[in-house]
Design a binder for this molecule. Structure first.
Ligand code: FE2
Ligand code: FE2
Length: 297
């Protein structure tokens, strides 16, 4: 099963250029930060970049698309709707999770679920313990994608730290032990990064607070891959004998456009598998990035 992994599309709306009167104070701060970081120019070509990348992914045989958060610049409805429209080439085989940019204020936090709600329904709804999360999507004959929400409205403006939380972590354990998931290869999607590109934990005010807990669960249950975004570099972290981690970077950032394509080997449908389908059963995931990483060149 070929899984196309994009992240951090950062669609922006022209409406935000005339923000006064229609944005709350947190959104105004987020907009100012976006401008101050020079991002409006970096993401102006988001729609064209997504169009190009999805066309390439389809030509390369991608069967399912995963987008790991930060679909928007400051969480506006118009930005969410632009992102949804841009991803329509994968309608019916699309998994998306929110990032911190999609939850800039308490008022705008539910917009992600409002625009993408129909895509968040789960194969195991009884195990959704935090709104629609964690959700489970089946892809191909033997792959399950589990979507987590780590995007929290910051307590202090500008803090971009994420947290999965106890409710979702215990539900994740229940998902991984569930009879409908055992026998499938599992890909876990989370916006924040367990590690930076150097293999060390991300910065305190930018990282995933409970990364160690998430990794312990993933490793114990033989999760095949963790996919994330948030850090705008594309890289992978390999930990021998443990779950590999793929950071898709920003797929639309000018000069850094790209994705990961994960080829997830599955055992043939119809063969009963008692436990988790792991590398030992079906072989390791093959992953290629666009542009090719140094290891692939
Ligand atoms: Fe981002
Ligand atoms: Fe982010």
């Amino acid at each position: 099963m070929k899984l196309l992994h994009l992240s951090d599309l950062h669609f922006q709306s022209d409406a935000a250029l005339n923000p006064f009167g229609r944005l709350d104070s947190r959104q105004l701060f987020a907009r100012a930060e976006f401008v101050w970081q020079g991002r409006p120019a970096l993401f102006r070509g988001a729609a064209a970049a997504v169009r190009q990348l999805l066309a390439e992914g389809l030509a390369a045989g991608a069967e399912h698309l995963l987008v790991t958060g930060d679909l928007t610049a400051i969480g506006l409805r118009e930005e969410h709707e632009q992102a949804r429209q841009a991803l329509s080439a994968f309608a019916g085989r699309l998994s998306v999770i929110p990032g911190n940019h999609d939850r800039t204020s308490r008022g705008s936090a539910p917009v992600f679920e409002s625009v993408f709600g129909d895509l968040l329904s789960s194969e195991l709804p009884a195990l959704c313990t935090a709104g629609p999360y964690p959700f489970v999507h089946f892809a191909g004959d033997r792959v399950a994608i589990v979507g987590l929400d780590s995007g929290r409205v910051p307590t202090i403006p500008g803090v971009a730290r994420g947290r999965v939380g106890e409710k979702q972590l215990s539900a994740l354990e229940a998902v991984l032990a569930h009879e409908r998931v055992r026998g499938r290869r599992v890909v876990v999607a989370v916006h924040h990064a367990p590690f930076g590109p150097d293999g060390r934990p991300d910065r305190r005010f930018h990282g995933l607070e409970d990364a160690a807990d998430l990794l312990a669960i993933a490793d114990a249950h033989g999760v095949s891959a963790i996919c994330h975004g948030h850090i705008h570099h594309r890289y992978r972290i390999d930990r021998p004998g443990q779950t590999p981690i793929f950071g898709a970077g920003s797929s639309t950032q000018l000069g850094r456009e790209g994705y990961w394509m994960l080829e997830v080997p599955e055992v043939m449908a119809g063969i009963p598998i008692a436990g988790a389908v792991t590398d030992a059963v079906a072989g390791p995931i093959r992953a290629t990035s666009r542009p090719p990483s140094a290891a692939e060149r």
